[in-house]
Design a protein. Structure first.
Ligand SMILES: Cc1cc2nc3c(=O)[nH]c(=O)nc-3n(C[C@H](O)[C@H](O)[C@H](O)COP(=O)(O)OP(=O)(O)OC[C@H]3O[C@@H](n4cnc5c(N)ncnc54)[C@H](O)[C@@H]3O)c2cc1C
Length: 389
């Protein structure tokens, strides 16, 4: 099902979906288990994704991207994540968290210098908001940036940076006026070869293990004023606007994982026999499959609808926060529901590393946590609906 009647899909969309699907199934799926086991960053396939235009899908061609729209982005990300969610994370961070922020808030010089390199897939980009003592509540961050002439001097420790160990450039959020809390946060584009910057401990993870995640450290790291993204104090606004885009990506990642788990379960239910019949003929199993399919198709509609809201916002400037949060909340909980059921349908084989089902289950969980937990999505949705702050 593609929901073609409801959304303006074109031949171009079908083309990118097919290209992403072919690449994902032929080149990513066969190596996914090995990279999950080793936890190694899949540099080779990520480089090829850059060559295919998958690392800067919505970035205009003049800045090195593919110049396509949000529907193209969600279709491609779904296909990549269906083969391997870790590749999906790397792609999503690069497209949404780095490129979208630069495109929307960067100066022309910043776009030429940093966006072009990352959108074209030449280098990997990352985004660093979280700290060991500051996650959902970004206003409590401790990293400081103090102005000193033409530079800011950064000190502090950021945690959970996806692609942190391999990124060439990272958008980093730091306090310039701690007394102002959220309004005292400023964003910077950091070159990771800058003195005073270092990569800290690697985060050991349950899932998406091939996406490199680490702490990053700043010790008297001097960053020129021209590396500031937006104005002083605009960091929180930028961080949240970027997450709106990111959440649509994570919803697509969740959908990809759920689809992979569903399709494997359907196939298994058709083949596996117990008590003299196919297990898919037991109502206990067939109703599970019906619930999985229903939630997947509902998630798909919410994602396409959020993608359309983001497209409209390019013309009207209207926010798409609500649509993005709803899509992320529903799709991530769908991924958890579907992968949980998939393990059950596969019985003992669902628990075995000989099949990818247990990996789907582990990978699905992250979509309920990063870029705003499910609780934070409920907070955003309820506040926006009630008008209360
Ligand atoms: C694999 C991975 C990759 C990540 N990648 C990145 C990245 O690239 N860049 C980046 O900046 N961050 C990244 N993160 C961090 C991630 O965004 C945070 O972990 C997440 O936002 C939650 O923050 P926290 O872990 O500090 O949890 P906390 O904020 O401490 O929350 C703990 C629990 O309390 C709940 N809670 C908190 N506040 C409320 C509230 N007001 N109402 C109800 N419940 C609440 C939460 O929902 C959660 O259940 C990543 C995390 C992981 C695990």
């Amino acid at each position: 099902m593609t929901s073609n009647g409801l959304f303006p899909f074109t031949d171009e969309h079908e083309m990118i979906r097919q290209a992403a699907r072919d690449f994902a199934q032929n080149e990513i799926a066969p190596i996914a288990a090995e990279f999950d086991e080793s936890g190694e960053f899949p540099s080779h396939t990520i480089m090829k994704m850059g060559e295919l235009g998958l690392m800067g899908i919505e970035v205009p061609e003049e800045y090195g991207g593919a110049g396509m729209d949000t529907l193209a982005y969600v279709l491609a990300l779904e296909e990549i994540s269906k083969a391997d969610a870790a590749h999906g994370t790397i792609m999503s961070v690069n497209n949404s968290l780095f490129c979208y922020g630069l495109l929307r808030f960067g100066t022309e010089a910043q776009k030429q210098k940093y966006l072009r390199a990352v959108a074209s897939g030449k280098h990997v980009g990352a985004y660093s908001l979280t700290e060991p003592m500051s996650g959902s509540d970004a206003g409590t961050m401790r990293t400081r940036a103090v102005r000193d002439g033409d530079c800011y001097v950064l000190n502090g420790r950021k945690s959970w940076v996806s692609s942190g160990p391999v990124a060439k450039y990272i958008v980093v959020f730091s306090m310039t006026a701690p007394e102002k809390k959220q309004r005292g946060i400023t964003a910077f584009i950091i070159e990771t070869d800058r003195p005073g910057f270092s990569v800290g401990k690697k985060e050991p993870k349950l899932g998406i293990r091939a996406s490199a995640t680490s702490e990053i450290l700043f010790e008297d790291c001097r960053v020129p004023v021209e590396n500031r993204l937006g104005e002083e104090g605009e960091g929180f606004k930028i961080a949240m606007a970027v997450l709106d885009a990111g959440r649509i990506g994570i919803a697509s990642q969740a959908l990809g994982i759920a689809e992979a788990a569903y399709e494997a379960s359907l196939e298994y239910a058709r083949q596996r026999e117990a008590f003299g019949q196919k297990i898919g003929e037991f109502q206990g199993i067939s109703f599970k499959l019906a619930d999985m399919k229903t939630r997947i198709e509902a998630a798909r509609l919410l994602i396409y609808s959020a993608a359309m809201a983001k497209e409209r916002s390019k013309k009207t400037g209207e926010r798409f926060t609500l649509e993005a949060s709803i899509a992320k909340l529903f799709a991530s909980e769908t991924a958890m529901f579907v992968t949980h059921a998939a393990v059950q349908i596969h019985g003992g084989m669902g628990y075995s590393k000989e099949l990818p089902i247990e990996r789907y289950f582990r990978d699905a969980k992250i979509t309920e946590i990063y870029e705003g937990t499910s609780e934070i999505q409920r907070l955003v949705i309820s506040r926006m609906e009630s008008g209360l702050r």
